[in-house]
Structures are given as structure tokens and as C-alpha cells.
Design a protein around this ligand. Structure first.
Ligand code: LLP
Length: 421
């Protein structure tokens, strides 16, 4: 559920007309709803209600905007970060270091040092060489790093290949079959305090079965590790729960169903559970608001050319992702259309032959469910400045990232001496 609704025929976000934002800030612009963020945090937390003090660490990569992170920090969430940059963003937004977990296959010594300086809750290690490096870095600082190994359970998440992470051929985690050996080696590294097990098999999962299969393997591993004398105190079950994008498809499992499954599978585990939800917290809390530049005749359906492009919202061109496209002020008719951006690539296509509200030049359209992996994956291809971001709360709204002037983009480059005259 979100808070983008039609009131008197025009889309509002909470109590703010989308058109008012477009008029004031211009388009394209990302718009986020505080009420939706708050609701999703509540629903996810309630779903885990029977667990003892779970750590819910928001996957910052899904939406790293400072105002979004500050909203989630106030609601008590931690952060799952994958770079020094994300770590600093999370801390700057008020997320305490003891609620931060650091994931990712390529942490550098510098990033490890930064995270150790801040005293984060846990490093999720993804290989033995990484464990050795972290131990050395920690020792050089006179510290011991709290760690878990992310295991690769070799489970097919049944999602898009580019966002599937739990198969043995994927780059993530240590092989499940070798886990006991890897943990034994980690125990001998003096700079590490081995405290947990982690898993994350992919994103936009629409079936709980692969998650349950992965979690069951984690449970068996925890038992085996404790038998082998490891003091395993945490289990990080990752993120991955899908959200509804296409209203015509069956809804993905609810957070409540996910929570029931988690509670059932983990009931005997003697550990603190951790979660890294991203999309399920922010996905439906954001929309990309765009204006139709013109409508051009096409072979089968008209091309609706909007002022947002693949550089603003990459998901359709990268994953063939489906986003609902709604007129902000629907005229009442629907017809098939191809919705495209102005970038000079055929891949700059949001939808082909989509049955949608009929729109004309100058109309506003909203790309729904764009709060996760939207602005965060944007770039400046075709020298298009990053779209600004707006956060709404009730009848209040604020620009939480301004649209940079094109001059700033140009000034980022420099011309070497030998070309200067
Ligand atoms: N934890 C780890 C270690 C992850 O790699 C991810 C996402 C998450 C948690 C959060 O997963 P979520 O709950 O959001 O599914 N750009 C793609 C999604 C990439 C996901 C990467 N990892 C997309 O737009 O669909």
C-alpha cells in the first residue's frame, strides 16, 4: 500500500498534489512519501513481532538519500552498507554504528579501517582472503572485528538473473560445502571475532520457498558450527522480499507471510536475527514524476516521449522491469502506447504496447514503485543532470536533493594545459 492517490481526478502524494511539485521543481523529479515509508517499516517490524530484538538493517543501496535515511533512522532502523560512502551516509543520517552491517565482496582495507573506526555491528565476509585482510587491518588498529561469513547456499532464488545472488556460480559468499573449513580458518585469525552467519540469495523474490530453503541451510550450519565450538550469536537473513509492480500479477508474499515463515524456521536458533530489507521498505514509497514532451506516431502504437529517461530510471532497460505508468490527471480514456525517453538508445524504453491512460504533450505521468533502485542507480548519460528528489510528509514537502545545474556537470571535467589554447 502507498500514499499516492487520486483526489478530485488528480494524483496526490499524501496531501500534496503531484502537479504542485512538478510546477515548483520541474521534471523529471523523484517524489517520496514519508507515510508510506513509516507504514512499511511498521508492517515489516510487526511481521517479525515475535522475535527477540531483531536488527532490521535497511539496505542503503536501495535508496541512500539523506532524508530517506534520516526518516528510517528515526524509526529505529539500522543500515546494511556496501561501501565506505554508504557507511558515511548512514552515520551522517543518524543511524548508530552499532546497527550497521557491512556487506559486499570487494571491501578495501581503507573501507575496513573506516568501519572499524566507527565500531560497526558486523562485517559480512564473502571470502577467505577478505577475512585475512580484515584480521590484519583490525590487528593494526588494536581491535577485533565482529564478523559473519555470508554463505552461498546454492539456491535458485527464481528472480531475474542479474539480481540473483545465491547460486554457486554467483560471486557472492563462501560455498556452503566448505563453510566449516572457512570458519575454522577464521577462528585462527586473531583480529576477528566470529559471531554470525549471513545469507542473501537475491532481490525481488516472489516466492518464499527459495528463502526457506536457504534459511534451513543456515540453521543446519549454525548447529554444526556451535557443535564445532564456534560461539555463533547472530544470523543475518538478508533482504530480497519482492514488492508488487504490476497490479495484474499476483501479489508477492506479504511481509506477514515472510515473518511467519522466518519465525517457524528459526524458532530453535539460539541467535539474534538480522534482516537487510531494501525494496520492501522504500519501493512503493517513491514515484518518478515526468512530463510528456511530445507524442509521435508509431508503427503499432504511438510513442509517448517523456522527459525522464533510462539515466533516471534504469530498471526497465537493465532488467526489463515493469513499472506502472499513470497519468497524474487521467482524462478517462485508455489505449496502447510505447513510453520512451529522449536518450539516443532503443533501450531507453519504459514500456512497449502498454495499455495506459491516454496522455498528450505537456501532461504529467508518474512511474510508480520507483522508490527503490531508482534515483540511486541514476547517471548523467547524454549529459542529463541527475533528477532532483522531494520528500513529502502530510501537507509538507521539501526538496531533499536539488537538480544540479548543467554547468556543474560541465565544470566537473577539466581541460589539460596542452588543450587550453
Ligand atoms: N542485502 C544484500 C547483501 C544485498 O545485496 C541486497 C540487494 C539487499 C540486502 C537488499 O535486497 P532487497 O531487499 O532490496 O531485495 N538494482 C536491482 C536490485 C539489486 C539488489 C542488490 N542487492 C533492481 O533494481 O531490481
Amino acid at each position: 500500500m502507498d500514499h499516492f492517490d487520486y483526489v478530485d481526478g488528480a494524483m496526490q502524494v499524501e496531501q500534496v498534489p503531484m502537479a504542485a511539485i512538478a510546477d515548483a521543481v520541474g521534471t523529471p523529479v523523484y517524489v517520496y512519501s514519508t507515510a508510506t515509508l513509516t507504514r512499511h517499516v511498521g508492517v515489516f517490524r510487526d511481521a517479525l513481532g515475535s522475535l527477540d530484538n531483531p536488527l532490521i538493517a535497511f539496505a542503503v543501496k536501495a535508496n541512500p538519500n539523506a532524508a530517506v535515511l534520516a526518516t528510517l533512522a528515526k524509526l529505529g532502523l539500522g543500515a546494511d552498507v556496501v561501501s565506505g560512502g554508504e557507511l558515511l551516509r548512514a552515520i551522517a543520517a543518524g543511524i548508530p554504528a552499532d546497527r550497521i552491517v557491512f556487506s559486499g565482496v570487494g571491501k578495501t582495507a581503507e573501507e575496513m579501517r573506516l568501519a572499524l573506526t566507527h565500531g560497526i555491528f558486523q562485517f559480512n565476509l564473502e571470502s577467505e582472503p577478505e577475512a585475512e585482510m580484515l584480521s590484519e587491518v583490525a590487528l593494526s588498529m588494536g581491535k577485533r572485528a565482529p564478523v559473519a561469513y555470508r554463505i552461498n547456499p546454492d539456491v535458485d532464488a527464481g528472480t531475474h538473473a542479474k539480481i540473483s545472488t545465491g547460486k554457486s556460480e554467483n560471486k557472492f559468499g563462501i560455498p556452503y560445502a566448505r563453510a566449516l573449513e572457512s570458519y575454522a580458518a577464521a577462528r585462527d585469525l586473531p583480529g576477528l571475532d566470529v559471531q554470525g552467519v549471513a545469507v542473501h540469495i537475491g532481490s525481488q523474490l516472489t516466492d518464499l520457498a527459495p528463502l526457506e530453503a536457504a534459511f534451513t541451510k543456515v540453521g543446519a550450519l549454525i548447529a554444526a558450527l556451535r557443535d564445532a565450538g564456534h560461539d555463533i550469536r547472530t544470523a543475518d537473513l538478508g533482504g530480497g522480499l519482492g514488492v508488487p509492480y504490476d497490479p495484474a500479477l499476483p501479489e508477492p508474499p506479504s511481509p506477514a507471510a515472510y515473518g511467519d515463515m522466518v519465525c517457524r524456521v528459526t524458532q530453535d536458533w539460539p541467535v539474534r536475527l538480522m534482516f537487510e530489507p531494501g525494496r520492501v521498505i522504500v519501493g512503493n514509497a517513491g514515484a518518478l514524476l515526468s512530463r510528456v514532451v511530445r507524442v509521435k506516431q508509431g508503427a503499432k502504437a504511438p510513442f509517448v516521449i517523456v522527459d525522464a529517461a533510462m539515466n533516471d530510471l534504469l530498471r526497465p532497460s537493465l532488467y526489463d522491469a515493469w513499472h506502472d505508468i499513470r497519468a497524474v490527471t487521467p482524462a478517462g480514456q485508455r489505449a496502447a502506447a510505447n513510453v520512451v525517453g529522449p536518450v539516443c538508445e532503443t533501450g531507453d524504453t519504459f514500456a512497449m504496447g502498454r495499455d495506459m491512460d491516454v496522455v498528450a504533450a505537456g501532461d504529467l505521468v508518474a512511474f510508480m514503485t520507483a522508490g527503490a533502485y531508482g534515483a540511486t542507480m541514476a547517471g548523467t548519460y547524454n549529459s542529463r543532470p541527475l533528477a532532483p528528489e522531494v520528500l513529502v510528509s502530510g501537507d509538507k514537502w521539501a526538496v531533499v536533493r536539488a537538480r544540479p545545474p548543467i554547468e556543474a556537470l560541465i565544470a566537473g571535467d577539466s581541460i589539460p594545459d596542452w588543450l587550453a589554447d
